[in-house]
Design a protein around this ligand. Sequence first.
Ligand code: PLP
Length: 401
Amino acid sequence: MPSIADRLKNVSISASAAMTQRARELAAKGIKVVSLSSGEPDFPTPAHAIEAAHAAALRGDTKYPPMDGTPALKAAISRKFRRDNNLDYDASQIVVSGGGKQVIFNAMLATCNPGDEVVIPTPSWVSYADIVKFAGGVPVAVPCFEQAGFKLRPEDLEAAITPRTKWLILNFPNNPTGAACSRAEMAAIAEVMLRHPNVWILTDDIYEHLVYGGFEFCTIADAEPRLYDRVLTMNGVSKAYAMTGWRLGYCASGSKELIAAISNVNGQNSGGTTTVTQAAAIAALDSPQDLLKERAAIYRERRDFVLDQLSKVEGLRCHKPEGAFYIYPNISGLIGKTTKGGRKIETDVDFVMALVEEHHVATVQGAAYGMSPYFRISYATSMEMLGEGCARIAQFCRDMR
Ligand code: PLP
């Protein structure tokens, strides 16, 4: 038989995708599953973005796009960085790709030589480590402990950097913990990075607009302008504008060399991002941004509701996150117990599997994000689903012996 490439040997299937699949199988059998596993806004894409895509298609904007993004979209992205992040990036410093995920993929492929280390504050989004491995690099997890609010402590970062370190990947607000960094906390991380001039910094700001209770988002190139040439600032339209299916992410850097390399990879692995998607993204980025605040207020209400419900459950401990749309409860109080259905809970994998099989609530195990024993709840769903989900989780935990 012909064989599959060795580079895929260590790359896994995303645990959240696997759980979503299991929830679908149960639903197909007629079971009412409460899905709290998917990291996807339940809101619709704004109508003005859809209309812009439609208009673009009708006027014939359906040919191959420029490989690294249309001039009009790059101009809109440049305005966005100035408006939201106090950062100046011109068109030559920006690349548009098919989602934030592709930006990260391109960046790692463009820069990682075999054995290069990539420091990943953990818990972390499942794809970082897999993408790094795919590119031949070595992911290095730095724990961000619950006791420290799941934030990256400068001393832990310092200890993780070696002569082989190529990148630090930042993601605050974070998937899966929801932790976000204040300007002062970001400045403390930046101070460490100033001492390591051979390390690039990728900041994944995809949850930038999802911060609550007056918390102010700050990205590292703004916190420390001396890092401008080494930072790759990444963002996208998926989470902010509920445009996950449109597939558009972008990045910018003070390093034109890095941008040229990323653009080169982008040109080879895609012929550029879909033209109508680019038109939709311009409308999303350039229109009045009130919708972001309106939606953030709804997410905040949901966060507070879930925290309130779950904090009453014996055996769960919930840290209050500043942003994103996830809660990451600690389940150490339930380890060693047995569920009503007779399943022994030794790990967070046992916990989420028993929860979906016995009470039909889909969540994701902390092990998938590199820190146990926790599980991730996504509250990017309706209050009705959240109410039902929390009630089922509470019953599941109460029934354990
Ligand atoms: N970065 C983080 C931290 C995410 O959680 C996700 C999606 O879940 C992405 C990037 C992917 O974003 P996109 O849809 O733009 O590829």
